[in-house]
Ligand binder design. Sequence first.
Ligand code: 13P
Length: 261
Amino acid sequence: MAVRTPFLAGNWKMNLDHLQAVAFVQKLNWSLKDASHENGTVEVGIFPPFTDLRSVQTLIDADRIAFSLGAQDVSVHDRGAYTGEVSGEFLAKLRVTYVIVGHSERREYHHESDDIVAEKVRAALRHGLVPVVCVGETAEDLEEFGASAVPVAQLEKALAGVPADADIVVAYEPVWAIGSGQAATPDQAQEVCAKLREVVAATMGEDAAARTRILYGGSVKSGNIASYMREPDVDGALVGGASIVVDEFSAIIRYQKHVGV
Ligand code: 13P
């Protein structure tokens, strides 16, 4: 079975300007060093706003900070007359590794359909970026269809035609758990993440399913991260609010030290 390196990813959403971003990344790095965190036991991902990417990339390169860089969205287009859009080509030039695709806030506020999300997955892959494909059900979906039906259908559409050797990450983010303080239980997260792994197996094959990391997101905090990480099909977390608080995100990254909590 493939070894999946745990991935703790911080989606800053529209928080922290580029000056705050630099200060934050330095503090987070010091906090981990102070706590004698061993780099390499987990992967740390930082997903700041577009305007911060260049500053954060310069800092992590110069100081050799072991954080991966991600963007929060990507255009379906490569270049041209698309005012306000950001091309995957430009992100790749900035040595951005990951890009979040299909976050529920984009689906809801920017009317991103499953088709657009699928196109964005392709755009990311075309430029050598790893898409972090977000899926999740609303509270109404949960009541009507149960937890897994909607995220499974969303992932099937997002991954249709994606080659078996593509590098992707999947994030299960129940919409009702995002920013609500009402996190899914580890059992709920495990159940849906296992179903999502079956979708990866069915669309991209067993090897891809064994190596693809599936994250849980929604009100993840330092106090509950360890309980998710014990689940066999949860390979990390996509963290929102707690990822812009240095001590919180630092403790989330060091969850292996408090697994017994
Ligand atoms: P919170 O951790 O603030 O609930 O946000 C989760 C999320 O949307 C990460 O993408």
